[in-house]
Design a binder for this molecule. Structure first.
Ligand code: ITT
Length: 185
């Protein structure tokens, strides 16, 4: 089984990533923290720079990911600032900001940056959906209690099997896994 380093401080991301990479016979080794994040509105930019800097330090093939929730009625907020917003105002604060807004469209995006001796590559994933009008505690983390994926009635927190199949993270990591396994052949 081939090993790959995943730099993150988020244990939920590790669990979700392992489920996907297992299918490709890739063993994930987690490494705490992806290093200092630059200030940028672009998930891809944040991920790319973190991966590049980390590779210079560690010199082993690795990946980091940056993800976020983009809410249409809030002009894409919290976006690249999702971790900060979750910490400061939580899901409750997001529902408060949206109030009675009827147009509740949103999307999760994920940018995975993989670095090795050949440079850095980006793999992206996104899932469309909407923001619920109340919090549904359950599985998952972050904004899962308020995000309903398109074509479904329940939030990711209440329908975790669906999340594993269609999430922004699954899509981006499937692309990474395919790249890594095809590269070997
Ligand atoms: P690392 O940077 O160490 O990987 P983090 O939790 O700080 O971990 P990000 O900087 O990528 O991760 O911030 C993304 C935030 O967006 C995260 O903290 C969640 O609040 C939210 N988020 C991302 N993916 C999510 C998901 O699948 N479900 C729910 N919330 C998610």
């Amino acid at each position: 089984m081939n090993e790959i380093l995943f730099l993150t401080s988020n244990k939920h991301k590790i669990t979700e990533a392992q489920t996907i990479l297992n299918k490709y016979n890739l063993k994930l080794v987690s490494f705490p923290g992806k290093g200092e994040e630059i200030q940028s509105d672009s998930l891809q930019e944040v991920a790319r720079i973190c991966a590049k800097r980390a590779y210079l330090r560690i010199k082993k093939p690795l990946f980091v990911e940056d993800s976020g929730l983009f809410i249409d009625a809030l002009n894409g907020f919290p976006g690249a600032y999702s971790a900060f917003a979750l910490d400061k105002i939580g899901c409750e604060g997001i529902l408060r900001l949206l109030g009675q807004e009827r147009l509740r469209g949103a999307r999760f995006e994920c940018a995975v940056a993989y670095a090795d001796k050949n440079g850095t590559r980006i793999f992206t994933g996104a899932v469309l959906g909407s923001i619920s009008t109340q919090i549904f505690e359950g599985e998952g983390f972050g904004y899962d209690p308020i995000f309903i994926p398109e074509g479904h009635k329940q939030t990711f927190s209440k329908n975790f099997e669906v999340k594993e199949k269609i999430s922004h993270r699954s899509i981006a990591l499937e692309k990474l896994a395919k790249f890594l396994t095809e590269k070997k052949e």
